[in-house]
Design a protein around this ligand. Structure first.
Ligand code: ADP
Ligand code: MG
Length: 404
């Protein structure tokens, strides 16, 4: 078990400098933030620290600037939004580190939040440079990692900074968002109430093989939808017409089918169209009747009934990946019905955890976000955790039972 913010003495925080790694990797279009969910998710930790009178230095990456300053990927708009949401002044420091950042930090009053510029403007960030990590660690008395979305990467501002902070004799703890993410995802894996069902969809089998094979022996049912079902259809020897198929993964899909037996449930019918477009002519066909120009773009009505019946009867649910191209109305129904079924199960007391950026957008579109037990803010990180693989950003934090 890792220490989190609740293990830190509130009185101790007054006047201390706390370095927080947040995940402010939000979509920005021509300078405007189009979705501030990730900023909102970080507020409880930042508010608690500021309230306690700490000086709060926040680090985050944004986009992939590849170690160079790129004004288009500046965190400046995030600082403005953060100040508005926190209802506190946020001091934006237009440097990612170094002496230019250290000097304004030294002048910060207690209880103030400061945001440094994009960590990925620094060359050593994604290579987990020990010197860079040590320089960030030297800014504060405590490190709080609240960036669940990047916990699966060992970068200088995540795993490296935690390690460096501990080496200085200080602690590195999980923030409130991070501990909430870990609590729900670990709970559903540790001792799930049964029936336990997993729903896996989305574009690629290859990105989710680890999760499928780790979950298969644990769950009562594993439902496959989305484009990845096509790769499984091919492993069954079915014609998939012009659908998206990952040729390289057909062999693995076959292995998973064999390993899964009755547990692995594939769609039986599909919505097909010749074009992935709004005004395409749409047909419903059995999975054995897909051919020629057909692109499979959603699960069919019989599959929806089967899937939603199983979901509604479940007590533990892990959902990752949409059932079809839900961004287009004509192919959204499968995903919408699955979203509603998961919400109904949660209304009845089931534990329902959703991961994946596109899946979260689908749940929002279905209007069910507030009814789900937990919507994870981390796509890759939640997949890695569900696959049973270590998260470097978490592993580097201080263990319980270590001195305080
Ligand atoms: P998440 O972000 O939730 O992990 P993925 O990124 O794996 O999900 O996949 C989401 C994408 O998969 C969506 O953009 C959706 O349009 C696409 N998709 C789902 N089903 C199909 C399909 N049958 N054909 C093509 N694309 C699909
Ligand atoms: Mg995605």
């Amino acid at each position: 078990m890792k220490k989190d913010l609740s293990d830190v003495d509130v009185a101790w925080l007054r006047g201390r400098t706390v370095v927080v790694r947040a995940d402010f990797n939000v979509p920005i279009e021509s300078g405007r933030i189009t979705n501030d969910q990730r900023i909102r998710a970080s507020l409880p930790t930042l508010e608690a620290l500021a309230q306690a009178g700490a000086r709060v230095i926040v680090l985050s990456h944004l986009g992939r600037p590849k170690g160079k300053v790129d004004p288009a990927q500046s965190l400046a708009p995030v600082a403005l939004r953060l100040a508005a949401l926190l209802e506190r002044p946020v001091s934006f420091i237009p440097h990612s580190g170094g002496v230019e950042a250290a000097e304004p930090i030294a002048r910060l009053p207690d209880g103030v939040v400061a945001l440094l510029e994009n960590t990925r403007f620094m060359a050593g960030e994604t290579t987990n440079d020990a010197g860079l990590a040590a320089a960030w660690a030297a800014l504060g008395d405590l490190f709080v990692n609240d960036a669940f979305g990047t916990a699966h990467r060992a970068h200088a501002s995540t795993a490296g900074l935690a390690k460096a902070m501990v080496e200085r004799g200080n602690e590195a703890v999980a923030g409130m968002l991070m501990s909430r993410e870990l609590r729900f995802l670990e709970e559903v894996l540790r001792n799930p109430e049964r029936p336990f069902i997993a729903i896996i969809g989305g574009a690629k089998v290859s990105s989710k093989i680890g999760v499928i094979s780790a979950l298969l022996p644990r769950v009562d049912r594993l439902l496959i939808g989305g484009a990845m079902a096509n790769t499984f259809f091919r492993a069954l020897g079915l014609d998939t017409g012009s659908s998206l198929v990952e040729e390289d993964s057909v062999g693995i899909a076959g292995d998973l089918l064999e390993q899964g037996g009755e547990t692995l449930v594939l769609p039986i019918d599909c919505v097909v169209a010749a074009e992935m477009s709004r005004d395409a002519e749409v047909r419903v066909v059995a999975r054995t009747d897909v051919t020629g120009d057909d692109k499979i773009l959603d699960i069919g009505p019989q599959t929806r009934t089967r899937f939603t019946d199983m979901i509604r009867r479940s007590r533990s649910i892990v959902w990752n990946g949409p059932m079809g191209v839900f961004e287009i109305d004509a192919f959204a129904e499968g995903t919408m019905q699955v979203a509603h079924a998961v919400a109904v199960a949660c209304d009845g007391g089931a534990l329902g955890v959703l991961g994946g950026g596109d899946s979260a957008a689908a749940a929002e579109r279905a209007g069910v976000v507030d009814r789900l037990t937990h919507v994870s803010t981390g796509g890759g990180a939640s997949l890695q955790l569900l696959a049973g693989a270590p998260l470097p950003g978490v592993d580097a934090l201080t263990n319980h039972g270590t001195r305080s």
